[in-house]
Design a protein around this ligand. Structure first.
Ligand SMILES: Nc1ncnc2c1ncn2[C@@H]1O[C@H](COP(=O)(O)OP(=O)(O)OP(=O)(O)O)[C@@H](O)[C@H]1O
Ligand SMILES: [Mg+2]
Length: 169
């Protein structure tokens, strides 16, 4: 691993409606592989679940994503090979110690990709090499997605997403 592969990088994408946020998610979902971790942060109503709905579609599940607020963890299996996308929502966790209550270690060790809403609440328990997405809401229908990568795999994922967007895919 070279030093440059470890460098933190940031990439921003702005969307102008829920459909374009879902389409962005779909592009991310197509790039996701088992063991990838996406952490989502941003205020209530920022669009974390909307983005996840797209990610799940891109991952290939036929199921519609719902907010896991009451269950904390939802699992979506894709049609092609039954691989799992785990969708966690940490909003209701009262302390980071509750990471245990959702079985985070088992989820991270399992085969499958992971998307986590309110991930900052359990940041200390997450792998360093994850794609962090912060969502800001500069206007009613506008959302700004800032992507940060801290390791080689998350950097590669963001780089591929950037190439697709710049290529107009
Ligand atoms: N550009 C946009 N992208 C995403 N959602 C948008 C956009 N513009 C408006 N919206 C609206 O913002 C809301 C986003 O809701 P969503 O449940 O995805 O947020 P959330 O971040 O998951 O909230 P919570 O913290 O409660 O889980 C929806 O009502 C959606 O229609
Ligand atoms: Mg949500």
């Amino acid at each position: 691993m070279t030093k440059s592969q470890l460098q933190f990088m940031v990439f921003k994408i702005t969307t102008d409606g829920v459909e374009s946020s879902e389409a962005l998610g779909e592009a991310i979902g197509r790039l996701l592989q088992n063991q990838d971790v996406i952490s989502l942060n941003g205020p209530l109503g920022a669009g974390k679940t909307a983005l996840t709905r797209g990610i799940a579609r891109g991952w290939g599940t036929p199921d519609r994503v719902t907010s896991p607020t009451y269950t904390l963890v939802n699992e979506y299996r894709r049609a092609a090979d039954a691989q799992t996308l785990f969708h966690l929502d940490c909003y209701r966790l009262s302390s980071a110690d509750d990471a245990e209550t959702i079985g985070l270690d088992d989820i991270l060790a399992a085969e499958g990709a992971v998307v986590i809403e309110w991930a900052d609440r359990i940041a200390a328990w997450l792998p360093l090499d994850r794609v962090e997405i912060h969502i800001a809401q500069p206007a009613d229908e506008t959302r700004e997605f800032s992507f940060t990568a801290h390791g080689p795999r998350s950097r590669e994922l963001i780089e591929r997403l950037r190439q697709q967007r710049e290529g107009g895919v």
